[in-house]
Ligand binder design. Structure first.
Ligand SMILES: Cc1cc2nc3c(=O)[nH]c(=O)nc-3n(C[C@H](O)[C@H](O)[C@H](O)COP(=O)(O)OP(=O)(O)OC[C@H]3O[C@@H](n4cnc5c(N)ncnc54)[C@H](O)[C@@H]3O)c2cc1C
Length: 383
C-alpha cells in the first residue's frame, strides 16, 4: 500500500524501531483503544513503563536512560504509535519533546539527574503548561506569573488549560511571566498549591488525559528554573513536538486509508464490492497520493533534522500540510465506510475526531499559515 516504497529508504535500525512500535500498537493498544476512547480514559501508568522499556520516551535525546536515536527513527515511531491513536502519540510527544526536552536542554545537571531517568523509564510522567484559558495562539501575553522571594525560591500564581497528561503527571514544565521575561519552571505536581483537575466532555483525543493546571502560591527552589528566557524557550520545545506530529498524522491517516480499502473490498452493493466502483477508486487513489506526499514530506524533514539544518518554518510546513492531509484522508475514508464509518467498531471516526485536536494544538493551521506567510513575504501578519 506504500505506493512510493518510502520505507525502503529506512535503515535496518529504523525498521526495527518501526516494527517494535507496530508490534506494541497491535498487541497492547488496538484491542483496547476503542474502549479507552469511549470511556474517555488513557492508562498512562500502565503504558508509560512499557513505552519506556521500548525506548520510546525521549527517544531522540542522549544520556539519562534515553535511547539517543536519530530523528527519522523518532518520526517513524510517532507514525506507528499514532496509527494506534493520536492520544498515544500525544502522550509520547508530551513526555519526550515537551517535558523531557526542556529539562534536557535547559535544566541544571541536578534537574536532569532528578527527573530524566524516571521519565525515560516511563515511571515518572511529565506535562507541559503553556496554554492558558485566555491565551492560546498568543502565549506571549500569558498571565501566570513567577516571582522570586528573598530566600531565592520562586512563587507561581496563575492557571493553564488544555494540558495533556496534566492530572497524571508527576512533574510539570510550566512557562510563566517573570520580571525578566517568560521563564520555564520544573514543578513537582505534589507541590502545595498545585492542582490539576481533568477536563471532561471532550469529543476528540478522548483516549488522552487533558487537564487544567492551577498554581496558588506554588513554591519551587531557585534550582527549578530553566536556563532560557523569552518565548524561544517554549517555542523550541514545540518545534520538537511538531516534528513528531508531522510524522504521527501519517500513521493516523494510513490507519483510516487501510480501513477504507479493506472495507471497500468486502462491502457489496449493487451486486459487487464497492471497491469496483470508479468513484470509490478515485477516493482510494487520492488518499494514497495524499499519504504518499505526506510521508515524503516527513522523511525529507527527518533527513534535514538529522543533518541539523531543519528550520522552524519547515516544521510549520510539515505540520500544516500533513495534519490537513491526514484529516482530509480520514473524512474521505469515513465516507467509504458509510454508516459503519460513524461507529467505534472501525478506527476511522476515532482518528478523524482526534485529528481535529491535532489540527488545533501545537499551533493551529492558521498560525502555521502565518508562519509560512511571514517566511515568504518577510511581513509578520499575526496582529
Ligand atoms: C486535546 C488538546 C490537548 C492540548 N495539550 C496542550 C498541552 O499539553 N500544553 C499546552 O500548553 N497546550 C495544549 N493544548 C492547547 C493548544 O495548544 C491550544 O488550543 C492552541 O494553541 C490554540 O489555542 P486556543 O485553543 O486558545 O485557540 P485561539 O488562540 O483562541 O484561536 C481560536 C481561533 O482563532 C485563530 N486565530 C488566533 N490568532 C489568529 C491570528 N493572528 N490570525 C488568524 N487566526 C487566528 C486560531 O487559529 C483558531 O482558529 C491542547 C489542546 C487540545 C485541544
Amino acid at each position: 500500500m506504500d505506493l512510493l516504497n518510502l520505507d525502503d529508504r529506512l535503515t535496518d535500525d529504523q525498521r526495527l524501531v518501526r516494527d517494535t512500535a507496530q508490534g506494541f500498537v497491535r498487541d497492547s493498544v488496538l484491542p483496547e483503544v476503542a474502549t479507552w476512547f469511549e470511556e474517555g480514559t488513557f492508562p498512562a501508568r500502565e503504558l508509560g513503563p512499557v513505552l519506556g522499556s521500548l525506548g520510546m520516551l525521549g527517544m531522540h535525546l542522549n544520556g539519562y536512560g534515553c535511547a539517543g536515536l536519530d530523528a527519522v527513527s523518532y518520526g517513524v515511531a510517532c507514525r506507528e504509535l499514532e496509527a494506534g491513536d493520536s492520544g498515544l502519540r500525544s502522550f509520547v510527544s508530551v513526555q519526550g519533546s515537551l517535558a523531557m526536552f526542556p529539562i534536557w536542554k535547559y535544566g541544571s545537571a541536578e534537574l536532569k539527574e532528578e527527573w530524566l531517568p524516571g521519565m525515560a523509564a516511563g515511571t515518572t510522567i511529565g506535562c507541559f503548561g503553556l496554554t492558558e484559558p485566555d491565551h492560546g495562539s498568543d502565549p506571549a501575553n500569558m498571565k501566570t506569573f513567577a516571582k522570586q522571594d528573598p530566600s531565592g525560591d520562586w512563587i507561581l500564581n496563575g492557571s493553564k488549560m488544555w494540558i495533556t497528561n496534566g492530572s497524571v503527571a508527576d512533574v510539570a514544565v510550566v512557562w510563566a511571566q517573570t520580571d525578566e521575561g517568560i521563564r520555564g519552571f520544573v514543578v513537582p505536581t505534589s507541590s502545595p498549591g498545585f492542582s490539576a483537575p481533568l477536563i471532561h466532555r471532550k469529543l476528540s483525543l478522548r483516549a488522552s488525559v487533558t487537564s487544567s493546571l492551577y498554581f496558588d502560591d506554588v513554591r519551587v527552589p531557585a534550582s527549578a528554573v530553566l536556563d532560557v528566557v523569552g518565548l524561544r524557550g517554549p517555542l523550541s520545545c514545540l518545534s520538537e513536538a511538531r516534528y513528531g506530529i508531522l510524522w504521527g498524522v501519517v500513521g493516523a491517516g494510513r490507519a483510516c486509508f487501510e480501513a477504507a480499502l479493506e472495507y471497500s473490498k468486502t462491502r457489496v452493493q449493487f451486486g459487487k464490492p464497492i471497491a469496483g466502483f470508479q468513484l470509490t477508486q478515485e477516493k482510494l487513489a487520492w488518499m494514497a497520493v495524499a499519504l504518499g506526499q505526506a510521508g515524503l514530506t516527513a522523511l525529507h524533514l527527518g533527513d534535514l533534522k538529522d543533518a541539523g539544518t531543519l528550520r522552524p518554518q519547515q516544521v510549520s510546513f510539515g505540520k500544516l500540510a500533513n495534519v490537513r492531509a491526514a484529516l482530509d484522508v480520514a473524512r474521505e475514508a469515513r465516507s467509504v465506510l458509510g454508516a459503519n464509518g460513524v461507529t467505534l467498531e472501525y478506527p476511522v471516526i476515532r482518528h478523524m475526531n482526534n485529528l481535529e485536536s491535532v489540527l488545533t494544538y501545537e499551533g493551529t493551521q492558521e498560525i502555521h499559515t502565518l508562519v509560512l506567510g511571514e517566511a515568504l513575504t518577510g511581513v509578520a501578519a499575526y496582529r
